[in-house]
Design a protein around this ligand. Sequence first.
Ligand code: ATR
Length: 277
Amino acid sequence: MKKLFGVLGNPIGHSMSPVMHNDLFSLYDINAIYLPFQVKEEDLSDAVIGLRAIGAGGFNVTVPHKSKIIPFLDEVDELAASIGAVNTVVNRDGKLIGFNTDGLGFLKGLNEIVPKIEGKRILVIGAGGAARAIFFTLAKESPIQMDIANRTVEKAARLIEECPYSISSKALTIEEAGSNLGHYDLVIQTTMIGMAPKITEQPLSLKNLNPHSVICDIIYNPLETSLLREARERGAKVQNGIDMFVYQGALAFEKWTGISPDIQRMKENVLGQLGGK
Ligand code: ATR
């Protein structure tokens, strides 16, 4: 019998996950289908009850349900619980278990251009759910320092306090981070600023950027944000959000099927959907 997988979100129409996972199911000859489900917040509990009742193999959870899903699951792994967000659910013999593959997905993508995080000075811009997943995951990798800049500085300070791994870290205003930018080896942009359609927006000034640094933006639409374009023009190495998206999906696929999928093929598939190369 065909196994059902899917993604719960609202809106969900533009999700690239269905094409990515369905291609993998066919590549590995797995009798399964992955569908997008648009679910309103007030229907989230019913959606989970329904997926459980029909024996879905698992599902992804995206904006705005990543935190709200937690009370409806049977178990949440330690990392996802500390982040306070689940993006992947696995049905193990009727038990729904929540994981978060966003942070590790980001790290795996980052490792393609920065193999070692240990000893690095890092700046994270933003203090939302994506920033939490990335910060908690990278904190385990022993950077020498990892600061957070956020419009609401208190939120950055809370994120640092709640991180289960102790590292040297300061909460900064966007202006403080901008004037101190030359200090960092790695800058990670996690907010929605610069995402289509507002593609000219930039979260901070790059005037003081260290040209030897690496800048990552978790946005992939557009493929090159205004921030990344300027960073590239200033000589920095840049990475867009495709790698994080593909690796978080690959980690979810592995949890559902036990197969570690073909990353290159997934990237080409996603780039094809976005009209890139
Ligand atoms: P996600 O879970 O996708 O990371 P989120 O929890 O809504 O999303 O967090 C969004 C992040 O983008 C936050 O850091 C937010 O800053 P605040 O904590 O001050 O709200 C940041 N952000 C969103 N819009 C912004 C804007 N126009 N200017 C500056 N920061 C913005």
